[in-house]
Design a protein around this ligand. Structure first.
Ligand code: ZN
Length: 257
């Protein structure tokens, strides 16, 4: 197994490094200094950069990292990733020979139109960027609620033991919202308590387990009876609302929660 390290950056981001003790890739290097420092301290050679989407907290360090070591940059053409050398598309497989690592590209539009996630079966890991965030999901800056729901459904279909490496430490506030959206779900309460104690000790709550997301993340459960009932009560969701309308109402409620 490879090591996957989350480097804290900015207020609440995680920049991910995957390595074998010698060679490394960086996922969403928003801050070059943070990534360079970790590579240097541990004698790691950067071999590739993967970007999930275009936002600066995910891509801001790419140019400086490339100035230090010109490596392939994988990401979406639609999102115009800086320094992009390898535009990726849905279903494509990326191989990093130095790490003997293969990743599958999953197109997940919604947060941005070109957002992609990277899944590796050998490491049982998903780099989900700002699409599936522990306990929640990203905001809809460019895509529609229907697009985001379809994107999350694709990720939800991965093996339940997959670890979800999202880009932000938002879990606590996400789970407070989850508890409001689905007050009768005992697993939400258990997870909320667990994450509260992790954060009280300043420990990361990421990665999470996909099985836990399926059981507690309201954005993977927006058609569940308990959540629909809450949306009717809190947001005036009509009786005949379809699954996309439920998801849209949930996402809008979260924006103002
Ligand atoms: Zn973003």
């Amino acid at each position: 197994m490879l090591s996957i390290w989350g480097l804290p950056a900015f207020d609440d981001n995680y920049l991910w490094i995957v390595h074998n003790g010698k060679d490394a890739i960086a996922v969403d290097p928003g801050d070059a200094a943070v990534v360079s420092k970790a590579l240097q301290e541990h004698g790691l050679q950067l071999r590739a950069i993967l970007a999930t989407h275009k936002h600066a907290d995910h891509t801001g360090g790419i140019a400086r990292l490339l100035a230090q070591s010109p490596v392939p940059v994988y990401g979406s053409q639609t999102d115009q990733i800086p320094g992009l050398t390898h535009p990726v598309s849905d279903g494509e497989r990326i191989t990093i020979p130095e790490l003997n690592l293969t990743l599958e590209v999953i197109a997940v539009p919604g947060h941005t139109l070109g957002h992609v996630a990277y899944y590796t079966a050998s490491e049982q890991a998903l780099f989900s960027g700002d699409t599936l965030i522990a306990g929640g999901c990203g905001r809809l800056f460019e895509g529609s609620a229907a697009q985001m729901r379809a994107s999350l459904n694709k990720l939800a279909a991965l093996p339940a033991h997959t670890r979800v490496y999202c880009a932000h430490e938002y879990t606590l506030s996400n789970l407070r919202f989850a508890a409001a959206a689905e007050p009768d779900n005992p697993q939400v309460a258990v997870r909320l308590q667990h994450v509260q104690s992790l954060r009280a000790e300043n420990k990361p709550s990421v990665p999470s387990l996909l099985a836990d997301e399926l059981a507690t993340n309201p954005f993977l459960r927006s058609d569940q009876h308990g959540i629909v009932a809450t949306l009717r009560r809190e947001c005036g969701l009509p009786e005949q609302a379809d699954a996309d309308a439920c998801f849209a109402a949930l996402r809008e409620w979260k924006n103002r929660f």
